[in-house]
Design a protein around this ligand. Sequence first.
Ligand code: FAD
Ligand code: NAI
Length: 468
Amino acid sequence: MTDSYDLVVIGSGPGGYIAAIRAAQLGMKVACVEKNERLGGTCLNVGCIPSKALLQSSEKFEEANHALAAHGVQVSGVALDLATMLARKDKVVSDITKGVEFLFRKNKITWVKGTGKIAAAGKVTATAADGTSQTIETKNILIATGSDVMPLPGVEVDEKQIVSSTGALEIPKVPKHLVVIGGGYIGLELGSVWRRLGAEVTVVEFLDRITPGLDLEVGKALNRALAKQGMQFKLSTKVTAAKKTKTSVTLTLEPAAGGDKEELKADVVLLSIGRRPYTDELGLAEAGVELDERKRVKVDGHFQTNVPGIYAIGDVIAGAMLAHKAEEEGVVFAEILAGQKPHLNYDAIPAVVYTWPEVASVGKTEEEVKAAGIEYKVGKFPFTANGRAKANGDTEGFVKFIADAKTDRVLGCHIIGPDAGTMIAEVALAMEYGASSEDIGRTCHAHPTLNEAVKEAALATSGLPLNI
Ligand code: FAD
Ligand code: NAI
């Protein structure tokens, strides 16, 4: 190819494809090299979207089985058609990834199919599946190659009996016993899917708590809620070996601090102990691009690596491994490249665990505020006192605000409850504008809505909740 580009993006996940679109909107000539057969990266193909499709379907199955009778809706003969459920998920993925193809065409972005390698600053080679290779000239290169499953020595993923999140999205038969290694986002979301569909689920977590990054009080409430649903937890426990037979996997467990071994038998094991940046085959060492101590691509505040003209965003750099963080970085990167001066506020990036109840948070946890020596106050409001939650029959959980004791500025908000992921958006917006808890408490919220619990928790931060 003799064309020369303003920007070549390597990787078409939420970071890469959004950066490509914004750069094209700003007048740049853009190509995106993607080795997968479909655009959209981890998130659209084997991450956010298929996992949410299965969470939604399995929630409906559980509702039909257990929740509708309380509403006076009698159903009988509820049966699982797993093949249809999985096919629906695949269709959602196929539709949404085609949507990205459409957006590429609309914005005149060239999709170069193949594995991208940085030959030098200003040169990317793309090698197609059939081995043919081309060199693309470009003024700028964006590395948006994302992340991959973190391996655990002794527990080799085969995507059949020992699966990563990718295999866990297509288990053809509900396992009798699913053992999940790692009580984080993936383990709890996909563990919930298979528990709802009838599997016994045991989560083995190295630490003495699940979801380590979350506010401790909220993490504990989530642990209680999931345990009540039947998920079993082995905290402070590590897996040291896995032995497979044709039909089962026997894991060897040990207390995290050392001690007596025990065995745990599973039909399927899900390995979900985190993800690591993906930089294989990229030619970073040859190009002289520096990595940090955790093998993430090192960038400055403008996403520039140590090599001029080579940039990186998303899961492959430091920070939360979240699709919306990658997207925001993509937008900000493209705007900086176009000479604009955008800003990304990393303190206002929400995080959501899509279990039921959902957990959503933005800003600092109580532990972080305490550790920073900030004087703070807390306001809480339970969904049991929210009219809409009562009407819906979904009252588990609460909203928790953390605000500066002197200025009342919101420092963090943590919600466990129905649709927490949707509710957190108003707090992220408020934090972007530097709101105080009083600002949120004085904002009129429609009645009856779940978001009134957000308003009430904000009021509670100053000791003046109305409905409790
Ligand atoms: P990726 O999406 O990983 O995309 C990288 C792309 O680069 C891939 O398509 C890959 O094929 C391509 N690539 C890599 N190397 C090369 C190369 N050399 N040449 C060409 N192409 C290359 N986040 C959320 O915010 N919400 C969620 O609900 C959520 N759910 C998730 C569920 C699961 C099961 C998983 C695994 C992740 C989930 N995530 C979620 C995380 C989210 O998927 C990632 O944070 C996000 O995809 C990161 O985007 P990215 O653009 O940095 O990289
Ligand atoms: P995670 O980092 O969320 O959780 C990993 C868990 O495994 C932690 O609790 C950790 O303490 C534990 N762990 C680590 N080593 C262990 C070991 N040897 N034995 C037992 N436990 C061990 O990672 P996860 O769940 O794999 O997800 C990866 C990333 O993908 C997430 O951090 C998140 O960024 C992203 N993701 C986001 C989702 C969302 O936004 N809803 C959903 C799914 C994934």
